[in-house]
Ligand binder design. Structure first.
Ligand SMILES: Cc1cc2nc3c(=O)[nH]c(=O)nc-3n(C[C@H](O)[C@H](O)[C@H](O)COP(=O)(O)OP(=O)(O)OC[C@H]3O[C@@H](n4cnc5c(N)ncnc54)[C@H](O)[C@@H]3O)c2cc1C
Length: 387
């Protein structure tokens, strides 16, 4: 097997050189995607039988953390392709052959991703405000979705819509050149500016029945099974690693800054000031427990099988919030230098703020963790106001 850690380190160094320009312009770094294709990184988790890297979740999470230290936008955008393939690869190893067409498609360098988010439904991905009208042989879909990372380069799009007759949630997959499907550049944000997370517009798009998987109908109970855990674990753990990777990059920057700066009149570098020593300790005391939770989750999952919703919510919440707080302290360590756009710290500071919005967002995570602590089924209703 390739040395993925070494490959991720090399890519991170290369992407770091253009990360500031990508962030400043808000453009999507197509050349980073080409490089990741070239070295096989985008298919790191695809089974080796299909020409992929065959890497497990622990390896992918570690590599995504490293990559995020170079360019957080690139790591996060690539993750939307990688995490679904990783979860499908685990199902493949367990004997489920359903993802074979997907693996064949990505072996031909197709990039996959999607949007489960409607402007109206926000992060409640159990429902969709995009209507799907039953027509002969399939559905006609019109509407708009948002937050579709990788949109500039996607070859295959996943989305959700609701059957107008039954309210059932439909998951559908479409090639990019499907008539009526359009990607619209709306992505001008304060964080993760290079992820190309555009809107997607559907104008009477025909989706054949063969491209549709049926999801939950209104009122269906939520089920926590191996399949659901796989998708969620691959997403939550890789996202946790990405944001911890950004915070580690900020820590490296701040530690180097205080170690190499000696102010006029002082005989020793700033790092010897007690305030800086305590700040560094605080950064470590935020990051190390969060990193340990991620490692512990990976170890328990590898040894004993699926994690619980509370486990995954806990590690994702701990990681993204520790990353936020740690970068705040890094800014305090570097003082006024921290806000200069010529230095990377203010980009880390902005990028790391997006971690809380990925599912499970902070409030949903708190609900799940709290219910679990109080011995209430974490999936018990009421959860969403309309349920
Ligand atoms: C950089 C980036 C890239 C992304 N890429 C993708 C992608 O490629 N594909 C994709 O599908 N999505 C993507 N997302 C979208 C993301 O997964 C969320 O779906 C998205 O942020 C929409 O949620 P919202 O923040 O608008 O939430 P809303 O649903 O509008 O919620 C706003 C706030 O209300 C509160 N809230 C709402 N409902 C509840 C509830 N039930 N319980 C508790 N609190 C609640 C929360 O505090 C929440 O923060 C991306 C997001 C980011 C930031």
């Amino acid at each position: 097997m390739a040395d993925w850690t070494e490959i991720a380190t090399r890519l991170a160094e290369e992407f770091a050189e253009r990360a500031a320009e990508v962030d400043r312009s808000g453009r999507f770094p197509v050349e980073n995607v080409e490089r990741m294709q070239e070295v096989g990184y985008l298919n790191i988790a695809v089974p080796e039988e299909f020409g992929g890297g065959g890497a497990d979740l622990a390896t992918v999470a570690a590599c995504q953390g490293i990559l995020a230290g170079g360019c957080a936008s690139t790591a996060l955008a690539a993750n939307m392709h990688i995490f679904g393939l990783g979860s499908a690869a685990e199902s493949w190893s367990a004997g489920d052959r359903g993802a074979e067409p997907l693996f064949r498609m990505v072996a031909e360098r197709t990039i996959v991703g999607g949007s489960l988010t409607d402007a109206a439904t926000g992060l409640n991905v159990r429902t969709s405000s995009t209507p799907a009208e039953r027509v002969d042989g399939g559905y006609s879909i019109s509407g708009r979705k948002s937050f579709c990372s990788l949109a500039p380069v996607l070859g295959f799009f996943w989305g959700t819509a609701a059957d107008t007759a039954t309210g059932e949630l439909l998951l559908f997959g479409l090639p990019r050149d499907t008539p009526g499907l359009e990607f619209v550049d709306t992505w001008d944000t304060m964080a993760m500016r290079g992820t190309g997370s555009w809107d997607v517009r559907f104008d009477d798009v025909f989706v054949p029945d063969a491209a549709v998987q049926r999801g939950a109908a209104p009122g269906d109970a939520l089920v926590w099974d191996v399949e659901r855990e796989r998708g969620f674990a691959w997403f939550a753990i890789t996202v946790a690693s990405i944001y911890l990777g950004v915070a580690r990059a900020a820590a490296r920057f701040a530690y180097h800054h205080v170690t190499s700066r000696t102010v006029t009149g002082a005989s020793l570098p700033m790092a010897r000031q007690p305030a800086q020593v305590f700040n560094a300790a605080e950064v470590e005391l935020l990051l190390r427990p969060a990193e340990a939770l991620v490692s512990d989750g990976l170890r328990r999952r590898a040894e004993s099988g699926p994690l619980s919703p509370a486990d995954l919510n806990t590690l994702k919440y701990a990681a993204v919030n520790a990353a936020d707080d740690a970068v705040d302290r890094c800014v305090r360590m570097t003082g006024g230098h921290g806000i200069f756009r010529k230095l990377p710290l203010e980009r880390y500071y902005r990028d790391v703020r997006a971690g809380q919005f990925h599912p499970p967002n902070n409030d949903v995570a708190l609900e799940t963790i709290g219910k679990s602590a109080l011995d209430i089924d974490p999936l018990a209703e009421p959860r969403w106001p309309a349920d």
